[in-house]
Write a protein that binds this ligand. Sequence first.
Ligand SMILES: NC(=O)c1ccc[n+]([C@@H]2O[C@H](COP(=O)([O-])OP(=O)(O)OC[C@H]3O[C@@H](n4cnc5c(N)ncnc54)[C@H](OP(=O)(O)O)[C@@H]3O)[C@@H](O)[C@H]2O)c1
Length: 260
Amino acid sequence: MSASNSPRLVWITGASTGIGRELALSFARDGATVAVSARGADKLGELERLSPNIKSFPCDVTDAAAVAATVSSIEQSVGPIDLAILNAGVWHPMTASNYDLAKVKASMDVNYSGVTNALAPVMKTMIGRARGHIAIVASVAGLRGLPKGAAYAPTKAALISLAESLYADLKLKGVRITVINPGFVATPMTDVNTFPMPFLISADEAVKTIRRGLQRDTFEIIFPGRMALLMKTLRLLPYRLFFLATGKISKREPPSASQN
Ligand SMILES: NC(=O)c1ccc[n+]([C@@H]2O[C@H](COP(=O)([O-])OP(=O)(O)OC[C@H]3O[C@@H](n4cnc5c(N)ncnc54)[C@H](OP(=O)(O)O)[C@@H]3O)[C@@H](O)[C@H]2O)c1
């Protein structure tokens, strides 16, 4: 069996809640050993108690040394990581009116640097074995800059570009890389949203789609279908038409509604 289709050891960052937590439970139910990371050790401990296949490795993805030590500790105590799902992320809705530099920097630190901090040690071990699969959780928000995405969207666009840049070389080295671009998923992250979320799906639905996608030899897992179609169409629009559409969205929401 290939590492991608039947991973024996899966490492998931941002596994204490939401999509990461549901993915951990899903892989554990199917018999994989799942190493789970996030900052919240208590929540990871609770998750660990739900399945003997789940092992907790708390860490903050913004701390490069701690992330490298976590990868090393997982590999030494549990075994080689077959599938790394780099999923930890934060969302700060932000417009020009509430632009907050500290939150902008924190978003880049967690969403982008948090992934690169994990990617460096994981790629090294996987390239050494000529085997493994890395999945980076970006977002449809990374496909085009939408209102409220001033802090979040650039981090996700950067992740998509990062995965594209690594794809060919990793393939030559026997390692797969996949980018996961979810639309709106009901999790603690989106619970804060006060605006309508088109095509919102449950974390359970998201996990089923991600699991199916990870088994296919595809670079991008994007869902749900209607959101994928909308965002891919927006991507093709020339700026004049694109800003006509986003201008309407911005006018609908008074600036105070986007404060967070
Ligand atoms: N929900 C959506 O609609 C949606 C759509 C597109 C993409 N996504 C992406 O999907 C991923 C998962 O999001 P979610 O919706 O499941 O959100 P969530 O429930 O808020 O989960 C976020 C996870 O990231 C962890 N995390 C945050 N900062 C961290 C840090 N510094 N170090 C380590 N872990 C950290 C959190 O745990 P701790 O706080 O305990 O550290 C938590 O486990 C994110 O990358 C998000 O951007 C979500």
